[in-house]
Every structure is written in structure tokens, then in C-alpha cells.
Write a protein that binds this ligand. Sequence first.
Ligand code: AP5
Ligand code: ZN
Length: 214
Amino acid sequence: MRIILLGAPGAGKGTQAQFLMGKYGIPQISTGDMLRAAIKAGTELGLAAKRVMDEGKLVSDELIIGLVKERITQEDCANGFLLDGFPRTIPQADAMKDAQINIDYVIEFDVADEVIVERMAGRRVHPGSGRVYHLKYNPPKVEGKDDDTGEDLVIRPDDQEETVRKRLGIYHEQTKPLVSYYTKEAEAGNCAYQKFDGTQAVEDVSSQLAKLLG
Ligand code: AP5
Ligand code: ZN
């Protein structure tokens, strides 16, 4: 099963990816997590990406397309994958199509901008695993610690309000057009497209996803 998770920053892509990974045994491919890992490792890619990400802008299509194409050839992707944060521009979607990488489901999480600003203020992440928490809506068992490893949770550098608003602007400009792109793909019979109200509780979104995917 090959799935694209589409939605604004903070819409819940990473949160639901964790659920889907556990339930269906397919890997989460989060381009944001991959870039953050490169930053942490201090690679050339990480150095180039850091400044762009901290400013809330998108890294180049060319770089991201190369990363994803390479990742999905790995063995653990043989039975499918969850794309989280990719594609997020029309050229990225076209690159998938040109490479004949077919997608079964495109899932959109719809959340209003003001809800997102509040969510990001309370987000905490575990850098090692990509697990995501929220101080109020999805708190860890022990304050400030990851449930599985007990390691420290951190605030993402791009979660300051000013940067979040910038990221939302870029989402509306460059990523939102993918909604009509994939709606048309679904009409042509190339994939299924389903939109969810992402403002519902985390478990409610998960159970609706499970109903859709079986
Ligand atoms: P990336 O890491 O992909 O960030 P993003 O798309 O902006 O999305 P987020 O991770 O911020 O949000 P999410 O939808 O995963 O929400 P989450 O589940 O965490 O990208 C970061 C940067 O990398 C980009 O800005 C760009 O620079 C670069 N990049 C990455 N991919 C790229 C690409 N393809 N091309 C170019 N550049 C790229 O949830 C958010 C919070 O809400 C959490 O605290 C969570 O606990 C909480 N929450 C989740 N669901 C609910 C709910 N239902 N109710 C209440 N709270 C909830
Ligand atoms: Zn995420």
C-alpha cells in the first residue's frame, strides 16, 4: 500500500503516520525527518538544508526528489510506504508520475490555520524516532520524555509562531494546488483521494483512516 499524506504544517501527518506504520507495517518516509537527520549528522545536505528550513522555506525540488527516489528503492519499501511531507509542489508530484511511481491513496488532513498555530506552540518531538507529542492534546507519559526511550523531547526550531505563519503561507501557495492535482488523478482512476477533518481528536482521525484502508 502506497500512501501520500497531504496537509498543512501541523495538520497531523506525522502523528497519523506513526499510527499507520504500526497498523500496516509500512515505513514512514518523512522528508522533514530525513532532512533533520542530515542536519544532526552535519552532512553537506544538512548544512544546505538547515538555513532554508529554519526560515520556513522549502528546500529545492531537485534535492528532495533525489532523496525520495533513493529511499523508496530500499528493501523495507517493497510492500509500500507512507509519504509524509512529500510531494509538496507540483514539480515533485510530476516527478513521481514521470517515474511511474503509482500511489494507492492520497489522504488530506484539513485543519484551519489558527488551529495550526496553537498546535505548533505545544508540539514536542523525539528527534531519534520522529514521534510527535503535544503538551495538551497528546502528552507524553512523563513530562518532557519520550514514551518508548525516556529520552528528552525537544521543540523544533521552525515551530516559532512567525516561522509557522510563513510555512502556512508557503503551504497555501505551493502545496495546496496538489489537492486539485490529486483530485484529478483520482477522477482519472489513478488513485483514491480522501479528505479528513483533521481537527477531530487524534484517535478519531486514526479510526476513520483504518476504516478507509481496511
Ligand atoms: P516537515 O517536517 O514535513 O514539516 P511540515 O510539513 O511543515 O509538517 P509538520 O511536521 O510541521 O506537521 P505534521 O502534519 O507532521 O503534524 P504533527 O503530526 O507533527 O518539513 C519541515 C521542513 O523541511 C519544511 O518546512 C521544508 O523546509 C523542508 N521539507 C520537508 N519536506 C520537503 C519537501 N517535500 N520539499 C521541500 N522542502 C521540504 O502534529 C502537529 C502537532 O499537533 C503535534 O504537537 C501533535 O501532537 C498535534 N496533533 C496532531 N494531530 C492532532 C489532533 N487531531 N488534535 C490535536 N492535536 C493534534
Ligand atoms: Zn511532520
